[in-house]
Every structure is written in structure tokens, then in C-alpha cells.
Design a protein around this ligand. Structure first.
Ligand code: PMT
Length: 333
């Protein structure tokens, strides 16, 4: 099996924190099959044999990351650190990117919100169906429309080859999968894009210093020392997929520092845009920060089921179009 360092640029170019992280991470289960799925999806959407995309225009591909990463406290994990992210942002954005004609690699936390499922009840299996006899079940009439809509949207995206769903759980899985996807997308140049909405843990317990077995409460209070998870944003830009259009997100609970932090991230990690959001208002409005300035988009309050991801993705798609045009112009000079 290929090791993570064999897949990237030469390891001496990596920030040592990144190298340590990948060297000590438990190997990704199903690495080979995930890699094959990603490569086939990219091939399908960037080859002239793709009838759905037409013979001339290749599809743009975006990797949307979504949901929170967990940090295991034990190797045979019983307990873990988690965060608030529901995955709604990533799931809804995926739908709007598909609508805009993109092929989406939806890298999501297992069990988090899924595209096309936002109108389904929380506990669909039990609420959506009813027993109609000893051995027969049917969809409950009150949920039939929502299920039909979800199935149509989801099946069409999958059948058109526009949706690849890849689940992760831990921060180890997430960052290894992100690296694998980014390296595979390198060949797409400016047609590739990243929309990094996942809430990635900033701290973790390195695998080698992690207890193997369940931590015992009889040992008394627990002292934990967490190492810092290296930010992978800059390495995407510098090495993994340097020509891809990169959008990261910045979440704060203190609005007075939000835009300043987003601006710092934009410059430090060389992002094309940073989407700034505040915890409590994140479903109502977001501010897209770029080198040219910032734009705030809001959910249409006149429509009950409107989502802020609609104007957000529309703006990001326009920005990506400008970026492709500019990159093509520079390449032709
Ligand atoms: O999922 P929802 O409930 O709908 O909420 C959406 C959201 C609030 C989670 C989303 O809009 C959002 O803001 N996501 C990023 C939250 C976050 O983790 O911010 P951060 O400042 O820790 O990280 C900034 C960026 O760096 C993110 O794009 C993240 O993917 C990336 N990152 C973070 C840590 C790390 N070690 N490596 C990274 O690459």
C-alpha cells in the first residue's frame, strides 16, 4: 500500500507538523477503494467520454467538506472529543453546486446532514413509514412529498455522475482523505475547487501517546495534553493542488474579531475567499472575504425554506468562473 508521504510532494517540503501528523496517524481504512472511487469520479467528469458533461465542456469539480471531526482519546476508542457542526452548511452547499453544474466530492462526517435530506424528519425510518399489514409497509402520506423530492434530487445527482459521498469520522481520517482527494484533483488545474466547510478539530491526541485501552476512572482525574492539528490549507495551495480555487471558512462566537480573523486566514493560507460566520447567525448570513473586499449575503427571509447557501454558492460559482478565465488568460500569454 502507498504511504501518505509517497503520494505528496517531497516530504522535506512539508511543514514538520504536517509530516509528524501523517507519519503517526493510523492508516486510512479502505485507502485503496477510496482512491479508486475518487479517481474514477474525476475521470468521469473530466473526460471527453462523459456524455452527461457534453463532449467539449468538462465539469468543474468541487470538494465540499462538511461536519465535525472527532478526536479519539483511546486507540480502541470509547471516548472522543467532538464539536457542534451539524453538516448542514456542507450538505446544502452540495445541492447548490450540483444545481450549478458541478460534480461534487462530498467529504462528510458519518451520520451528519446529507444533501437532499433537509426536509426529511429527524428519525426518518420510524416516522416516514407505516405498517399496512403483517408484512407490508408504506411511506406515510404526510412524508411522501418530502421523500419523493429527496429521492429525485439525490438519484439524479448520482445518476448524472455529479455526486460522490465519502464519509469520515476522526480528524485522522479527514486529513488523510483530504490529502488523497487534493492530490487526485491536482490535474484539474483551475477547474478544481475546495469548499472547506468542515469544522476540523484544532487539537488532537497523537496516536503514539494515546492509551490503547479504555481509560479507567479508577486512576483519578484525567490530565490530557493535546497537540495542535496542523492547518492543511496552505499545503493544499502550495503543494497538493496549487491551481485549485480554494474557499475556507472562519467561525467565531465573538463578532468583533470575526472579519479580522477571516482576513488573516485569507492572507496566511493564501485562500481565494474565506467565508466568515458567527455561531448563532450562521444560518442567516455569512460574509465572503476576498482580497478585493467583503460581501455579506443573507437568507431570503420572505421565503420560509430559503437557505443562505443559495446566494453564497451563487457568488462562489461566479468568483470561480472569473478565476478560471483569469488563469486561462495568464496561461495563454
Ligand atoms: O455544520 P454546520 O452546523 O452547518 O455549521 C457550519 C460551520 C459553522 C461549521 C461552517 O460554516 C464553518 O465555519 N466551518 C469552519 C469552522 C472552523 O473549524 O473554523 P476554523 O477557524 O477552526 O478553521 C478554519 C478553516 O481551516 C476551515 O475551513 C477548516 O476546514 C480548516 N482547518 C481547520 C483546522 C485544521 N487543523 N485544519 C484545517 O484545514
Amino acid at each position: 500500500m502507498e504511504s501518505m508521504n509517497d503520494m505528496g510532494a517531497s516530504s522535506d517540503m512539508l511543514d514538520p507538523g504536517i509530516e509528524t501528523f501523517f507519519d503517526s496517524a493510523p492508516p486510512l481504512k479502505d485507502y485503496v477503494s477510496i482512491k479508486r472511487k475518487v479517481e474514477e469520479f474525476i475521470e468521469l467528469n473530466s473526460s471527453s467520454s462523459n456524455k452527461n458533461a457534453g463532449n467539449k465542456t468538462f465539469r468543474r469539480i468541487v470538494c465540499v467538506t462538511s461536519g465535525g471531526t472527532t478526536v479519539p482519546l483511546e486507540q480502541r476508542c470509547v471516548r472522543y472529543i467532538d464539536n457542534f457542526s451539524s453538516g448542514h452548511r456542507g450538505a446544502a452547499s452540495t445541492e447548490y453546486f450540483v444545481k450549478a453544474g458541478y460534480a461534487v466530492i462530498f467529504l462528510h462526517r458519518r451520520g451528519s446532514c446529507q444533501p437532499y435530506c433537509s426536509t426529511l424528519p429527524q428519525d426518518p425510518l420510524l416516522e416516514c413509514f407505516e405498517l399496512t399489514g403483517e408484512s407490508s409497509v408504506q411511506v406515510h402520506q404526510s412524508h411522501a412529498e418530502a421523500i419523493k423530492k429527496a429521492l429525485k434530487g439525490h438519484n439524479s445527482a448520482v445518476e448524472q455522475g455529479q455526486l460522490l459521498k465519502l464519509p469520515f469520522t476522526t480528524t485522522f481520517d479527514y486529513l488523510q482523505m483530504l490529502q488523497l482527494i487534493a492530490l487526485s484533483m491536482k490535474s484539474l488545474g483551475p477547474l478544481g475547487s475546495f469548499c472547506l466547510a468542515a469544522a476540523v478539530s484544532d487539537f488532537y491526541v497523537p496516536w503514539e501517546s494515546m492509551a490503547e485501552h479504555k481509560i479507567q476512572s479508577t486512576s483519578g482525574p484525567l490530565d490530557l495534553r493535546l497537540a495542535q492539528v496542523p492547518k492543511m490549507l496552505k499545503v493544499i495551495r502550495d503543494e497538493w493542488a496549487p491551481m485549485a480555487f480554494c474557499i475556507s471558512f472562519k467561525l467565531e462566537t465573538d463578532t468583533s474579531i470575526l472579519l479580522e480573523k477571516a482576513n488573516m486566514a485569507l492572507r496566511k493560507y493564501d485562500m481565494h475567499a474565506v467565508v466568515a460566520n458567527e455561531l448563532l447567525t450562521r444560518k442567516e448570513q455569512v460574509t465572503i472575504v476576498t482580497r478585493e473586499g467583503s460581501t455579506t449575503v443573507r437568507r431570503d427571509e420572505t421565503e420560509s425554506d430559503s437557505e443562505v447557501e443559495k446566494p453564497l454558492v451563487e457568488l462562489l460559482v461566479d468568483m470561480h468562473s472569473d478565476y478560471i478565465e483569469e488563469s486561462t488568460r495568464i496561461a495563454c500569454e
